[in-house]
Design a protein around this ligand. Structure first.
Ligand code: PSU
Ligand code: MN
Length: 332
């Protein structure tokens, strides 16, 4: 009898700690910084940030400056930023300034890391810039609900033939994480991307006055999202219901670039068309396609696209932090 009781109590204690651990750091490959793990434990607002944008999306030193500024935007709103990257084969959630500077300098090159890349990057002890997909996976593993970035991957133009569809879309379909982004670039097929997100069960919602899905450098793509919300509180309410229902799929909160920072539609469209053509002519394939096109667009627009890119990431970080704050408030 006594042993039965002892056995029962022991199991209850184990279950309790397993539950507690799983909510912040129960994974032998992941190191969560002290600041982030304390915030998660106390259910304070946390916003995840990706690192492919640092390793493959922007040139040095603009990448480092932007990464630091984006963290500051989140802190100024009262939330904790959690930049996610792989450093020497360890997944890091929350990088200190030294790690971030070292990572951004690319003295040690980083592998663009999506779901399929993790086993290799970790086993070889490499550095990895986590894509939206990679960052969603890690956020979900440690219990971060909100993640802010610039743009999402999608179905590439001609994707119906090449099957080049970003793993970002499938990961959003299978993790309860909300990605705050300015929609997707028109280097992609926006129409088919929205179809694919529907198939994956991702709740696509624009943030602002209308349902016009944003196309990154410009606030409107001309395509409609199914829903829109106008406040951080409304966005947080969506997340709360997603979690309560245990849907285990994600939300895409599409925030248009602020009007003052937007690019002229014709100019950006022309640069994108040229870049897509160049990618084809150079035979660029697979994971290289997106970084190649992004870099070409920066040089074709004389750097103007980079300035817009930085502005919209900061704006998304601000909205992401406000949503995380509201979510923390209603969950307390
Ligand atoms: N779109 C952008 N900027 C980016 C990316 C996409 O406007 O930096 C990056 C993100 O990290 C995204 C990844 O997750 O590219 C998608 O790559 P792919 O298309 O290979 O899945
Ligand atoms: Mn691809």
């Amino acid at each position: 009898m006594q042993t039965k009781l002892a056995y029962f109590l022991r199991n209850r204690v184990y279950a309790y700690f397993r539950r507690r651990m799983s909510s912040f750091n129960y994974n032998s490959c992941i190191d969560v910084s002290q600041e982030v793990s304390e915030a998660l434990r106390s259910h304070s607002p946390v916003v995840a940030l990706e690192s492919t944008i640092i390793s493959h999306g922007m040139p040095y030193p603009a990448n480092l400056q932007t990464a630091l500024q984006v963290e500051e935007v989140i802190r100024n709103q009262g939330a904790v930023p959690a930049t996610i990257a792989v450093i020497k084969g360890r997944v890091k959630v929350g990088l200190d300034q030294e790690m971030l500077s070292e990572f951004a300098s690319l003295k040690t090159p980083a592998v663009k890391t999506s779901r399929r890349d993790f086993p290799y990057v970790l086993s070889k002890g490499l550095n990895g810039g986590t894509t939206v997909a990679g960052t969603v996976i890690v956020s979900s593993a440690v219990g971060i609900k909100v993640f802010a970035t610039g743009g999402l991957g999608g179905v590439h133009r001609g994707g119906e033939m090449t099957m080049d569809i970003s793993a970002d879309l499938t990961e959003l379909g299978r993790n309860p994480v909300t990605v705050v982004s300015s929609g997707i670039k028109s280097i992609l097929d926006i129409d088919r991307t929205l179809e694919y997100l529907e198939t994956q069960g991702v709740c696509v919602v624009t943030y602002g006055q209308n349902k016009n899905f944003p196309s990154f450098y410009t606030p409107e793509s001309g395509l409609e999202a199914p829903y829109n919300v106008e406040t951080p509180a409304e966005a947080a309410a969506l997340i709360e219901k997603l979690l309560q229902l245990r849907l285990n799929s994600g939300i895409l909160l599409a925030v248009p670039i602020p009007e003052a920072e937007a690019m002229e539609g014709g100019e950006i469209e022309k640069a994108i068309n040229t870049a897509v053509k160049e990618a084809e002519d150079h035979g660029i394939r697979g994971k290289e396609v997106t970084p190649f096109i992004l870099n070409q667009v920066i040089s074709l627009t004389g750097g103007r696209s980079l300035a817009s890119n930085i502005a919209l990431i900061k704006n998304n970080a601000k909205v992401g932090a406000q949503v995380a704050l509201e979510l923390a408030r209603i969950q307390k």
